[in-house]
Design a binder for this molecule. Sequence first.
Ligand SMILES: *Cc1c(COP(=O)(O)O)cnc(C)c1O
Length: 371
Amino acid sequence: MDPKRLVRDRRHALKTPRLEIDLNKIRHNSAAISTMLGLRGISLTGVTKVMMGEPAVARMMLEGGARFIGDSRLENIQRMIHGGIRADYILIRSPMLSQVDEVVSLTHMSFNSEISVIRALSEAALDQNRCHKILLMVELGDLREGVLPKDLAGLVKQTIGLKGVRLAGIGTNLACLSGVMPVQERMVFFSNLVKKVSKRFSLNLELISGGNSANYTWLTQNYDSGCINNLRMGEMIFTGCNILTGEPVPCLYQDTIRLVGEVIEFKIKDSKPKGPVVKNAFGQRPKFENQGRMARAILGLGRQDVNANGLTPLDDVSIIGACSDHLVLDTHKFHPPIGHEFKFSLSYGALLSAMTSPYVKKVFLARPLKY
Ligand SMILES: *Cc1c(COP(=O)(O)O)cnc(C)c1O
């Protein structure tokens, strides 16, 4: 090949490692999910935290029909606002006391479970001459955030007595920490609790937010979703999978986001390490079977870029292991040239790590969809 041409190609090649984020597919998944929820009278809060509040992604969620944008971090919400995304923003993690002023000025609503924080939000809202909406989180068994069900009425009473804040919702979250499954019994319990407390205090709640992507199975298996009128989803939009079973959800894309790495070395080497084996750089003692000589490619991609445990190759290759900066593949019969790119799909954990790594470029694809 003409050497000049090679140089030009190299200069024009996309850099790696990179995440390729297909905006059309994200919009499609958001639309399919919000339509499915809509048929059940449930609105969608598109959760952007794993995408670090990327404005282009929020725009796709909103175009796809998400009613709210939820994020756990103010920095992300700020980024979307600066990116020109007009939306009703919800802070879905309890505010820190040190942040209440920004929470009031940047968001429409925040999730809460501590009266001292709600009091501080009330003061901040009065200072700013605003009204901040409060959603109270209830603990249903996953043992992460939320008041105990028996303490909900007390917190409601204290909250509605404060000026500058308005009690606008009650919510719950399962599965994230302990993996507790949202089953109908828990959801009915939650609905009844909300109904009881609403009646007792004559509340007019706009948001009964019953869970996250892990609620998909519950939703499809139970016709009665009680008084739940909102779900918050990020993972299912990005992975297109039922996150409890790992199975693809019909009509959703599973390949909205891919990670691309590039071959920096390819050699035929032994498959079994030589010499006494102690521990590797990460304190592990990996075991390797002797499979004879092996086609081994090294990608310029490592643990500083991604949690490699959550990668699945999209080509016929196997992952041997990863260090800080090297990912080693068995490429079987294929002998890739240097510079060859391999693609991977990502688990939620891998996506989280790659999105937050400064070394990984984020490339947005927005080709017209083919039907
Ligand atoms: C992250 C988060 C969600 C969204 O979870 P997914 O698994 O991405 O659907 C919903 N609610 C809360 C409180 C969260 O922290």
